[in-house]
Design a protein around this ligand. Sequence first.
Ligand SMILES: C[S@@+](CC[C@H](N)C(=O)[O-])C[C@H]1O[C@@H](n2cnc3c(N)ncnc32)[C@H](O)[C@@H]1O
Length: 359
Amino acid sequence: MAKHYQMQLMAGWQTCNYNFPVTRYQGSKQKIIDWIWRNIHSLRFETFLDAFSGTACIGFHAKKNQKEVACNDILKFNYQVALAIIENSSVILNDQDIEFVLTEDGSINYPTFIQDTFKDIYYTDDENAFLDMIITNINQLEDKYKKAIAFAALGQACLVKRPFNLFHRKNLYVRFADVPRSFGNKATWDKPFQYYFRKFSKEFNDAVFSNGRHNKALNFDVFDIPDGYDMVYIDTPYVSPQGVGVDYLHFYHFLEGIVDYKNWPDKIDYSYKHRPFKSEKNVWVDKNEIEKAFDRLFKKFQDSILVVSYRSPGIPEKETLQNLLEQYKHEVKLETRKYKYVLSKETEEKNGEILLIAK
Ligand SMILES: C[S@@+](CC[C@H](N)C(=O)[O-])C[C@H]1O[C@@H](n2cnc3c(N)ncnc32)[C@H](O)[C@@H]1O
């Protein structure tokens, strides 16, 4: 046992009291963590890879349960979140840092990229100017974990101020239209960025702790992650029975741009009104490639306990996944839980969250 953690135990520290920040993310497993953990916690593992970590909520739970955790996601924004609360064990964004990033510095000639490129698309002119300023200030923070907390907090602020919490459409007008109440919460969208940035900085600060282990944030395509973990948790993007995959880069490109501000101009596909990133090939959202991709992934991590989250119905079918796993592992267990995703139109009965556990 790591010495630091032993000392924590002796001092009676409770690593379990740290709360995961409230996040808005497609396919987040935040609401079903207890169910997932109940199904895997008694297996023997010390090192845990959350291979498609998204919000990092599963990795965070494993960290709270004293595992040595690596959280990986191909998106740079999710990498910043994992740096902030998985890899980081002690650094917080203090009041002085928060005031520093929120305050315009008269000696800086701030860039206007967001104001010029995203006018009338996602945020108002004033909000766009604020974003150009705060990103520039965040990039001046020297500590990588402070920077990561600031980006994580700013990303949540951006999401909360967006109808549907996404960037898939040019729809700033929705915020100002006279729409039925159920369509969204205008008061929420209109609260200033400054308010949300402070609020979410506090939430991320409160999630920083040490479990005495060497936890890591990774930013690889899943096939490039070095292997060697006792357990690998696999939660790929969902592909519906109609063959439509959740393209995370398309939904969250704006957050990717924020954390890679200087390269943002070169990444945009200017032929679309909502200025997304140029699309990139991803086998995990391609109905014709995804089965082969699962096979390749299971083979790569065949020496680990494999835990796969799967939403039913979907592509591939669950029996297909089970058969693939059986090629590499002796024992494959399937657990089912009924669950309704927030944005799903399907009825609760039709939706099942499945966990395949292969040893
Ligand atoms: C279903 S979400 C994971 C949600 C996460 N378990 C949570 O609870 O927040 C799938 C994630 O896979 C990531 N992803 C997509 N393609 C990837 C790839 N080739 N390698 C690594 N991550 C990828 C996406 O960015 C997305 O965050």
